[in-house]
Design a protein around this ligand. Structure first.
Ligand code: HEM
Length: 174
């Protein structure tokens, strides 16, 4: 090993730490660009736009993990019970639905700036071929509004959540 190699071997951990702590490198890299870090940033940046005072993350403003989990639980029940949308969940095992709900919670917590890393599939891959139509999407949004109303989510957060969901429409509706 020459002295150049030794220098890099010794210095790498310090350089890496310096870059992370200086903010030059994301401590948590996300390569998922279909609905990944760009949207995550959009979700919080839109919210922070025009504010000189830094706002709490959407995750915090929504009430954290339990509040998000309760919203997802209520929403998925409504979707599955709808005569038109029910086809997407028909003949699926209870465990598969629980797994999906958990992934939706992880996804929202992650994108809202919470302390979870979403490890599921991206939105294009996981919805491709389901033939979600424009009409299905409108129903989805109607149920989303009803759930957010039920949990008395404040206007600002309601608009952040619905805006975020609308930003995903093109990745799911075919
Ligand atoms: C009309 C709208 C939608 C329908 C009918 C729908 C339907 C489904 C179904 C049936 C699955 C299970 C797929 C499987 O197990 O292979 C699924 C997975 C999932 N959906 Fe949706 N979805 C819709 C909108 C959304 C939206 C707006 C989000 C964003 C929060 C979302 C997030 C997810 C996530 C994170 C998964 C799990 C992905 C994985 O398995 O790795 N979905 N969806």
């Amino acid at each position: 090993m020459n002295s150049n190699q030794k220098f890099w071997q010794k210095s790498y951990p310090y350089l890496f730490a310096a870059l992370v702590f200086s903010g030059s490198l994301p401590a948590h890299a996300d390569t998922n660009n279909a609905d990944g870090c760009i949207l995550r940033m959009a979700m919080n940046d839109t919210v922070n736009a025009g504010n000189t005072k830094k706002q709490e993350s959407l995750y915090v403003r929504l009430g954290g993990y339990d509040a998000i989990a309760a919203v997802v639980d209520d929403l998925v029940q409504r979707l599955a019970a709808d005569p038109k949308l029910g086809r997407f969940w028909a003949h699926r095992g209870a465990d598969g639905i629980r797994r999906e709900k958990q992934l939706v919670v992880d996804f929202i917590v992650d994108r809202a700036g919470g302390p979870l890393f979403y490890s599921g599939r991206d939105m294009v891959t996981s919805h491709k071929g389901m033939r979600i139509s424009d009409e299905d999407w409108k129903l989805f949004m109607t149920y989303l509004h009803a759930t957010l109303e039920k949990f008395k989510v404040a206007e600002q957060e309601k608009s952040d959540v619905t805006g975020f969901m609308e930003s995903l429409k093109a990745t799911m509706v075919e």
